[in-house]
Design a protein around this ligand. Sequence first.
Ligand code: APR
Length: 317
Amino acid sequence: MARKKIALIGSGQIGGVFVQLAAARELADIVLFDILEGVPQGKALDIMEASPAAGHDIHVQGTNRYEDIEGSDLVIVTAGLARKPGMSRDDLVTTNSRIMRSAAVAIRENAPDAHVIVISNPLDVMVTLCHRITGFPKNRVMGMAGILDSARFAAFVAMELQVSVKDVHTLVLGGHGDDMVPLIRYANVNGIPVMYLLEKKYGAEKAMEVMSEIVKRTRYAGGEIVGLLKTGSAFYSPATSAMAMAEAILKDQKRVLPVCALLEGEYGVNGYFAGVPCVVGANGVEQIIELELNREERTMFDESVSHVKAMVDNLSL
Ligand code: APR
């Protein structure tokens, strides 16, 4: 059986971490594409030279030619500017839209059968552009945000409760902006509601305060990292989150993951992308799982999606 092939459009920080994760798992051969001459070639060669010591065996090619992504099973788009301190994800829209347009045309022409995972920000707008320009079926175009936002939520819960992150399960829905929707009701530690554990630790009133702080930190977690790094945005956690999606697709895992998917009536939204729980397997987004949201969750979700709609409706497509 032929090896799988992944193309990374954008070989910056996230692209670089992703290729290292993929090599360690021997997930697929990789093509690293970038407009910068030398950077994808240099990273590819560096990984190839790491392989003997690491004992992994995949082929990694660096390129500035879009023709080299031909035959990819999966294309991951990280091309674009990353945030600097003081910027919101939305501030990237003009530049990154231009970059996404060229990437999407190239994907349509060179890898027409690929699944596409978009990571570039502002995510909900970029994935919409990618879907509309490629014209690919909706199951094959998805955005990576929910896994990252949920992982951040889980990390903060685990730090607070001093339990293993392995046992913490969380879900964040909506757009990948500061108004994302961490679902408190669904957060649990191996089935035990997080709120129950916080209440045991602190009593009901303080527990709610602690949870509000965790929710706030989750919403601004990307900005917290930007503020610390000063020269760019998070890359370990986005690359690792994209890896979960890539493995789910290439290994047909049928994982239940929060994914930025095109909604056509689900959650009362029609024609817009938003983060929702999905079954992800060899056919990409194979199923969208609709949760019953309570009034408070519904209001937050609608607000988050209305922000996505405003951004998308402003685009000339
Ligand atoms: N085609 C291909 N690659 C491009 C293009 C283009 N038209 N324009 C820019 N790039 C490349 C840059 O040369 C750079 O190598 O995209 C890469 C982006 O890498 P980084 O600046 O290191 O950014 P990274 O941290 O990887 O984040 C990428 O993901 O999370 C989002 O907000 C983040 O939009 C940003 C994206």
